[in-house]
Design a protein around this ligand. Structure first.
Ligand code: NAD
Length: 272
């Protein structure tokens, strides 16, 4: 069912499926996408300061009429805001734009070297103050996680990473599992490339599903939270239809074998 959730290390529940809204325009486009998703049963929205659509996300949530406490809302701190005081300020502005008084999850968007530890201390403070239900990171590889945790009082509860059949990073998944860090997939549909992949298309035919369903179901069976993006009503509704079938172990392995260690997005060791 669409309420399927994972429990984070601190007990806060994170819905397995969320709507990603990167590149959804602030205003009507993102407002509609959020409302359609919530109508379809999604209870998790993934935005970021950098997406410049937090206001629209907030309006979509309000207009949906769904009580705030039933939703899981994630935003991310942008690179130029890293540092202790600047993080506290950026967080306040994010809350105001989203028109809410807490976040379910706040992530450090990228591991800005020399700054992410001070940033993390600010997240720890906001967490202890009750303004964020869970804190985490995004685009942190194993060495950055290890470095962060060396000085952290609270370990990250989530790491949101590029994850799809071409970029599996099994070692990183295992590392996160060992440390109780929930793995979350960005660009799960390979920014649309999943629809052109022959293996995913064939598996889709076999199960009477689309390539999107196959890859999102593969995420689910891997224990990975996933946030496909769409602003089309039909696609938003369709992408959630992944709770009524199961991939066989053999087909899971077939998808795992597509791994090419190939990124679509920036490398966390070398980004702007
Ligand atoms: P995605 O892999 O979710 O693919 C989105 C593309 O697929 C869009 O072009 C959409 O129109 C198309 N699509 C979606 N459903 C479809 C369907 N059923 N049929 C046909 N086409 C369909 O790409 P994404 O937006 O890069 O990633 C998802 C989310 O992950 C983002 O919106 C964002 O919230 C998050 N993200 C985070 C980071 C990060 O650094 N933390 C980076 C990238 C994305």
């Amino acid at each position: 069912n669409l309420q399927g959730t994972w429990e984070l290390s601190n007990g806060h529940k994170m819905p397995y499926l969320g709507l990603g809204v990167w590149k959804a325009e602030d205003g009507e486009e993102v407002i509609h996408a959020v409302k359609w998703a919530l109508e379809a049963g999604y209870r998790h929205i993934d935005t970021a300061k950098a997406y410049e659509n937090e206001e629209g996300v907030g309006k979509g949530i309000k207009e949906s009429g769904i009580p705030r406490e039933e939703l899981f809302l994630t935003s991310k701190l942008w690179n130029s805001d890293q540092g202790y005081e600047s993080t506290l300020e950026a967080f306040d502005k994010t809350l105001k734009r989203l028109d809410t008084d807490y976040l379910d999850l706040y992530l450090i968007h990228w591991p800005v070297e020399g700054k992410y530890k001070d940033t993390w201390r600010a997240l720890e403070k906001l967490y202890k103050d009750g303004k964020i239900k869970a804190i985490g990171v995004s685009n942190f590889l194993e060495h950055q996680l290890r470095d962060l945790m060396q000085d952290a009082e609270i370990n990250p509860m989530v790491d949101q990473l590029e994850f799809h059949p071409w970029l599996v990073q099994k070692d990183l998944q295992d590392f996160c599992a060992t440390h109780n860090i929930q793995y979350e997939a960005w660009s799960p549909l390979m920014q649309g490339k999943a629809f052109k992949n022959e293996t995913l298309k064939q598996l889709g035919e076999k199960y009477g599903k689309s390539p999107a369903h196959i890859v999102l179901r593969w995420d689910l069976q891997n224990g990975v939270v996933t946030i496909p993006k769409s602003t089309s009503k039909d696609h938003i509704i369709s992408n959630a239809e992944i709770f009524d079938f199961e991939l066989s172990e053999e087909d899971m392995q077939t998808i795992n074998a597509l791994d090419k260690h190939e990124r679509i997005g920036p490398d966390p060791d070398n980004f702007d």
